[in-house]
Design a protein around this ligand. Structure first.
Ligand code: MLC
Ligand code: AMP
Length: 504
């Protein structure tokens, strides 16, 4: 049966004993063994009642087995829905029920809290631990490695990735087989990936960056990944001499730079460092080159669009820019109000069109319509300018969004929870410079008449309902919020006022 993504990414490796994953403990997993594991998981998923087109949610620690669930979903035609391991059960409940997932796979330790969530949503529950054990693995163990590949065309759904919205309600971005394959093809070509590449992989696998950009590129070129559970600079340094490439968010680079062991000799085997998901400071770029002789290649993407632009592999990598449109991706910079294209060098919102652009938000046709122009361009909400050579420089965001360590935080979601706390009149949440995470979350809160507020109590009140990374790291209680003449809270004033709270 033809299956767009499976045929390109997985089928070519069937039976191969070439290394696909090198794990932290040094164990190696070949492509063939990985595909066998995926086939067994596909049986176990189908046995849980999942049919092609159904959603399979996974909230589990990074492991070869967790990645095999992705492969199993592609093979079985199931729609993969990976979830950040930091989400609280209250957050998971929204995703599982909104997506109508048929199966929720979680860590054994999370099963007790998620069992009522699965039950309420009518989803089966299975467990998968970081060591590969759990009820999903138990069900898979007795199954054959071969699983019939489901027929899937380019326009069929491969994955749902949730991104938060400015209204505070998360939206499920529907990604098709062709969205993912076309982008992997563009990146393999642009970044010169081959079967000889070994990618140092320390990113999470529940987001576009670690899952699609990194993993799909390696699967397509037939290379290998050093597959680490998370960012630990000691591990990066230990494995760097075995790797040829690394992809990371800017925090990867600032943390590496803060380690004196980072030098030219350490990276002598590396041919490419890629950064994305958040702005890389030009000074980080310059300092990394000074220390290592390597110019980081910065690229720009989004959950909804996969990768849009990249600095060139061979040409000039310009610090502070996100480079040029990728092959097959059309980019224009437009006036946010009128939608008219602005002149070269002027600031406007980035709009994108191409095979990489998602199909729409699950069950939100109106929202989807709002974010596309009538000629098919997707409005990213990122503000940028494009110079005469086509290089794009991101200068800000038209959307109210904080990016902390590469994770997106929508202020509205945090504000809604803060506003529900006893004694709170209103709140405004902003991102300000943070030396490690790029941006750190600050909440500015006012009290109702006669009430007195305690920052600790406020944080305690939202702790169970909001992933830790979204929780404010600084809370200021003030008499009133600054407003413009229209009565709108001036977040720029707050960003300015609190810009030094995380300064080293
Ligand atoms: C962890 N913590 C964070 C955080 N990550 N807080 C804010 N922002 C983050 N990003 C908190 C934890 O809750 C914990 O809090 C403390 O920091 C230490 O946790 P940790 O797990 O030990 O953190 P660490 O391993 O250091 O993780 C930091 C990180 C990680 C930057 C390495 O967040 C990361 O891997 N980020 C990558 C995100 C990513 O892949 N984004 C791509 C999105 S796709 P406490 O208080 O309990 O100690 C996309 C499209 C595109 O954007 O273009 O790619
Ligand atoms: P997400 O919704 O998690 O996919 O985040 C996408 C957002 O991350 C984009 O809309 C940008 O605002 C931001 N982003 C991604 N890559 C870069 C980059 N290289 N520089 C600046 N911002 C980036």
């Amino acid at each position: 049966m033809p299956n767009t993504l499976y045929d390109a990414l997985f089928a070519p490796h069937a039976g191969s004993d070439k290394t696909f994953l090198v794990l932290k403990d040094g164990r190696r997993l070949g492509y063939g063994a990985f595909l066998d594991m995926a086939g067994r998981f596909a049986h176990a998923i189908a046995a849980a009642g999942v049919k092609p087109g159904d959603r399979v949610a996974l909230q589990a620690k990074k492991s070869a087995e967790a990645l095999a669930v992705y492969a199993a979903c592609v093979q079985g035609g199931f729609v993969f829905l990976p979830l950040n391991t930091a989400y609280t059960p209250a957050e998971v409940e929204y995703f599982v029920s909104d997506a109508g997932a048929r199966l929720l796979i979680c860590d054994g330790a999370g099963a007790a809290a998620l069992s009522p969530v699965a039950e309420k949503a009518g989803a089966a529950l299975r467990t998968l631990d970081a060591d590969g054990s759990g009820t999903l693995a138990d069900a898979a163990a007795a199954q054959p490695a071969a699983f019939p590949v489901a027929e899937r065309g380019p326009d069929d759904l491969a994955a749902f990735l949730y991104t938060s919205g400015t209204t505070g309600r998360s939206k499920g971005a529907m990604l098709t087989h062709d969205n993912l394959l076309s982008n992997a093809e563009a990146l393999v070509g642009e970044w010169r990936f081959t079967g000889d590449d070994v990618l140092l992989h320390a990113l999470p696998i529940f987001h576009t960056h670690g899952l699609f950009v990194a993993t799909n590129v390696i699967l397509l070129c037939g290379g290998a990944m050093i597959f680490l559970p998370g960012l630990d600079v000691d591990d990066l340094i230990r494995f760097m001499p075995q790797a040829t490439t690394m992809m990371g968010v800017p925090t990867f680079y600032t943390r590496l730079l803060s380690d004196p062991r980072l030098d030219r000799a350490l990276v002598s085997h590396m041919r490419l460092f890629v950064s994305g998901s958040a702005p890389l400071l030009a000074e980080t770029h310059v300092e990394f080159e000074r220390r290592t002789g390597q110019r980081i290649l910065e690229r720009y993407g989004m959950t909804e669009t996969n990768m849009n632009t990249s600095n060139p592999y061979d040409g000039e990598r310009r610090a502070g820019t996100v480079g040029l449109p990728l092959p097959g991706v059309s980019i224009r910079i437009c006036d946010p109000e009128t939608g008219r294209e602005v002149a070269a060098g002027e600031i406007g919102v980035i709009e994108v069109k191409g095979r990489n652009v998602f199909k729409g938000y699950w069950n939100m046709p109106e929202k989807t319509k709002e974010e596309f122009r009538t000629d098919g361009y997707f409005i990213t909400g990122d503000l940028a300018q494009m110079d005469g050579d086509g290089y794009v420089t991101i200068v800000g965001r038209a959307k109210d969004l904080i990016i902390s360590g590469g994770y997106n935080i929508y202020p509205k979601e945090v504000e809604m929870l803060l506003d529900e706390q006893p004694g709170v009149l209103e709140s405004a949440v902003v991102g300000v410079p943070h030396p490690d995470l790029g941006e750190g979350v600050v909440a500015v809160v006012t009290a109702k008449k006669g009430a007195s507020l305690d920052p600790e109590a406020l944080l305690a009140g939202i702790r169970d309902r909001l992933a830790r990374f979204k929780q404010p790291r600084h809370v200021a209680i003030v008499d009133e919020l600054p407003r413009n003449t229209m009565g709108k809270v001036q977040k720029n004033v707050l960003r300015d006022r609190y810009r030094d709270v995380f300064a080293r």
